[in-house]
Design a protein around this ligand. Structure first.
Ligand code: NAD
Length: 261
């Protein structure tokens, strides 16, 4: 694999499993030094050990809850101190809680917003403070979802949160474009990760999900990591404030495929 991220320092939130873990593998494979975040240190240890080693330094664990202002401070302090810098921030941590919307619990709604929205804002703020102080042209990639566009009944907080992060990214992209700091979003469709165990592990439900995706299969975490890599690299040097849908065609209104005449 190329070493196109050699010398780059990358912080990835929610990297203990799923897409965040795949992103950590991706950046380490391409020569970057990575700081992996998640809430629990012990869940991050096996990920750290599995990462390809690089010659310029060690990868590092920066455990902590991204919805808490105080832990954001320590996550960034430890990341920047251990790696002696920060060039790329991948805001990936996120979760969802299903419920019919008339029964939604305020604490659940607020909990999803705290991680998926406030967490992104706090991480971006911390990265910006460091980058502006040091004149670094940093890059942020936020992991949103096709549900920033496609409504998701029974997941009101999740849908709302992903719509919100799209606007966070577009607003920050505009605010900091002149200083060379870029913000973009990847919006995955249905990806095989632990968040989706309910249908991934049930052959019937898996088929049901696959059948309504134009490419007739869910995506793999690596396919999202590849898109994050593009948006964090020099190859996307003139792209900011955009969403890259990585969804096998899910946002193409698949019902019209054979139904247009
Ligand atoms: P996952 O549940 O497998 O992993 C989520 C990660 O976030 C875990 O490492 C978890 O520990 C971490 N996390 C959760 N709350 C946290 C907190 N408060 N502080 C720090 N870390 C926290 O999920 P995934 O499928 O890999 O999803 C990752 C991102 O991709 C999420 O933002 C999700 O919304 C988005 N996404 C996933 C899919 C999909 O189909 N899997 C589709 C669209 C978008």
């Amino acid at each position: 694999s190329s070493k196109r991220f050699e010398g780059q320092k990358v912080l990835i939130t929610g990297a203990s499993q799923g897409i965040g873990e795949a992103a950590a593998q991706y950046f380490a494979q391409h020569g970057a030094q990575v700081a992996i975040n998640g809430r629990k240190e012990e869940k991050l240890k096996p990920v750290l050990e599995s990462l390809p080693k690089i010659s310029s330094g060690n990868h590092v664990i920066v455990a902590g809850d991204v919805s808490q202002e105080t832990s954001i401070d320590s996550i960034f302090q430890k990341s920047i101190e251990s790696m002696r810098g920060l060039d790329i921030l991948i805001c990936n941590a996120g979760y969802q809680i299903p419920s019919p919307s008339e029964q939604i619990k305020l604490a659940d709604f607020e909990g999803v917003m705290a991680v998926n929205v406030t967490g992104v804002m706090l991480c971006c703020r911390a990265a910006l403070r460091y980058w502006l102080e040091h004149g670094i042209k940093g890059r942020v990639v936020v992991n949103s979802s096709v549900h920033q566009l496609i409504p998701k009944p029974h997941y009101l907080g999740y849908s709302a949160s992903k719509g919100a992060v799209d606007n966070i990214v577009r607003t920050l992209a505009l605010e900091y474009a002149s200083r060379g700091i870029r913000f973009n979003t990847v919006a995955p469709g249905a990806i095989v990760t632990p968040i989706n165990d309910s249908w991934v592990k049930d052959p019937k439900q898996y088929e049901a999900v696959a059948s309504h995706i134009p490419m007739k299969r869910p995506g793999e975490s690596k396919e999202i990591a590849d898109a994050m890599g593009f948006l964090a690299s020099e190859e996307s040097s003139y792209i900011t404030g955009q969403t890259l849908y990585v969804d096998g065609g899910l946002t193409l209104y698949g019902d019209f495929e054979s139904n247009w005449s």
